[in-house]
Design a protein around this ligand. Structure first.
Ligand code: S3P
Length: 169
């Protein structure tokens, strides 16, 4: 499928560094950074955690799909998606049609270290050490559709960005 808009899309499990890498890349390219979770929080005027509590995950997924469709209508953006954004086929298609999709990965240990104690990740219920392994297993192949995959475990962000841009260009 040919690309309709030219963007860089970061996908990956919670805690793989999508927001951090996204911020760095956007700065480097002088592109706009869109974090889908922040986009949704601004639009709905509540945190992701509140959104899940008040309306549930199904509602959140609907909003997320709509957000992705509104975001992917222009070029030169770095888009950091939520970890579950790729679960819907429609989202995968939309992201891939309008961007170079990069999957960030990290080991179980790194992920737990990064997300442990985070109160704005409702799926973890404050029990990252128990939930993350199960969810990781369940989503083992969720990010396979990406154009490029890179680990964020040890590498410095400059190297991650550099390698990613070489693949993109
Ligand atoms: C989710 C990941 C979160 C956020 C929501 C659901 C998921 O984003 O969208 O809590 O299903 O993996 P991050 O990957 O930025 O934590």
């Amino acid at each position: 499928m040919s690309m309709q808009h030219n963007n860089i899309v970061l996908v990956g499990f919670m805690g793989t560094g999508k927001s951090t890498v996204g911020r760095f890349l956007a700065e480097k390219l002088s592109w706009e950074l869109i974090d889908t979770d922040h986009y949704i929080e601004k639009q709905e005027e509540m945190s992701i955690a509140e959104l899940f509590t008040k309306h549930g995950e199904v509602y959140f997924r609907e909003i997320e799909t709509r957000a992705i469709q509104s975001i992917m209508v222009k070029s030169n953006q770095v888009i950091a998606t939520g970890g579950g954004a790729v679960l819907a086929e429609a989202n995968r298609v939309c992201l891939k049609e309008n961007g170079f999709v990069v999957a960030l990965t990290a080991s179980l240990e790194t992920i737990i270290q990064r997300v442990g104690g985070d109160r704005n990740r409702p799926l973890l219920l404050g029990k990252a050490a128990e939930i993350v392994p199960q969810l990781l297993q369940k989503r083992k192949h969720a990010y396979d559709f990406a154009d490029y995959t890179i680990s964020t475990d040890r590498l410095r962000i400059e190297f991650i960005a550099q390698r990613l841009l070489v693949a993109y260009r």
